[in-house]
Design a protein around this ligand. Structure first.
Ligand code: SF4
Length: 373
């Protein structure tokens, strides 16, 4: 087994509700609702769909006082930590802080007078909630735009540091920072510069990354590159797609880097004329059917014996395609043969059995430790 070479940059640990961000906390995945916040039922349903696929944190935009009251209702109906996204109106920040927001996404430099900033910071301290400073290449301050001529890593850094300095001056340190751009190189440059300046946790993202496929690739390159350098404590994949898809892509990136496990890590061959079954169809069906599985496991499904045994030996469950029966490996050992026409059902049954065995073992361990105390 190759040792994971990624060494995470040490950052201070902050809290977003029940989820820690930074330090040795797992890199969290978040997304943002795209429903009308005032439509409480729709927003709660969307948050729940994201939680079902593993969302650690959800962000909800709060553009008005009416939305702030709706935010309070949403807060009562979901367990997942909620970030309230506020842009300028400090009164909205004060209201959602009282209504149970776990984090305020607001830039102190945009709030206005020092007195207003102090009030927001006091509310965050009083309610024990964190903040996120979010700088975007598309909305840099006019004087910074003029100074740099175009968005650059230094420009994003300078903008972020203005907001950071305000919070530092007010002795408030429970915040994370993002410096997002839609360009891969600019995003990476800005985060690298920022990570060298501060020890607050960094919220990674490529903003306006694009539609599902290209946006996912762009995000995987930029965020994957930063994560490999140890940069990043929480992340959002910004796609023109439903938020639950963002969560899934986020986990796929972390799974690929061995930074988090969530559900099945499928290993499948691309297939070719040697395939003994329709690999693409089988994998698509399996992925859909097993989307609810949260227990981490490696499942290898390979079209023929050319690469099948090698991959199967490294997986928790491995299948080597053959006709009419395929060979199953469990925990790296040859186990039994299954009907190749029934591959999907057979693999699903094995995965669900493994989940049940792992959960039984966990329950037994809990009983054993409770009674031995
Ligand atoms: S494992 Fe077999 S079926 Fe899959 S790509 Fe390789 S040769 Fe083709």
């Amino acid at each position: 087994m190759i040792e994971n070479p990624i060494k995470r940059r040490p950052t201070r640990k902050i809290k977003v509700g029940s989820v820690y961000v930074g330090g040795d906390a797992p890199i969290s995945i978040q997304s943002m609702t795209n429903t009308e916040t005032c439509d409480v039922d729709a927003t709660v349903a969307q948050i729940q769909r994201c939680v079902d696929v593993g969302a650690d944190i959800m962000r909800v935009s709060v553009p008005s006082m009416e939305a702030a009251e709706a935010f309070g209702e949403i807060r009562k109906r979901v367990q997942v930590p909620l970030v309230a996204d506020i842009h300028f109106d400090y009164k909205i920040a004060l209201r959602v802080a009282d209504l149970g927001a776990d984090c305020l996404r607001i830039n102190p430099g945009n709030i206005g007078s020092e007195a207003k900033i102090r009030e927001v910071v006091a509310a965050a301290k009083h309610n024990d909630i964190s903040m996120r400073i979010g700088v975007n290449a598309g909305s840099l301050e006019k004087d910074i735009q003029k100074k740099y001529g175009e968005p650059t890593g230094q420009a994003l850094l300078e903008s972020a540091m203005r907001h950071i300095d305000i919070l530092d001056r007010l002795n408030f340190h429970e915040f994370k920072v993002s410096v997002k751009a839609s360009n891969v190189f600019l995003t990476m440059d800005a985060y690298r510069l920022l990570s060298a300046q501060i020890d607050n946790p960094l919220h990674l993202g490529v903003t306006e990354a694009g539609v599902y496929r290209t946006g996912s690739v762009k995000s995987a390159i930029a965020l994957g590159g930063l994560l490999m350098e140890g940069i990043g404590d929480t992340m959002r994949i910004s796609l023109a797609a439903e938020p639950e898809e963002e969560i899934k892509i986020g986990f796929d990136i972390l799974k690929s880097l061995g930074l988090r496990s969530n559900g099945i890590n499928f290993i499948a061959c691309p297939s070719c004329s040697r395939q003994e079954f329709n690999v693409i169809k089988v994998m698509q069906t399996l992925e859909e059917r097993l989307e609810d599985v949260r227990v981490p496991m490696d499942v290898s499904v390979i079209g023929c014996k050319v690469n099948g045994p090698g991959e199967a030996k490294e997986a928790d469950i491995g299948v080597v395609g053959a006709s009419p029966r395929s060979l199953v490996y469990r925990n790296g050992e040859k186990s039994h043969l299954i009907d190749t026409n029934q591959l999907v059902d057979e693999i699903e049954a094995m995965v669900r059995q493994r989940v049940s065995d792992i959960e039984d073992a966990k329950a037994k361990e809990i009983i054993r430790t409770s009674f031995s105390e």
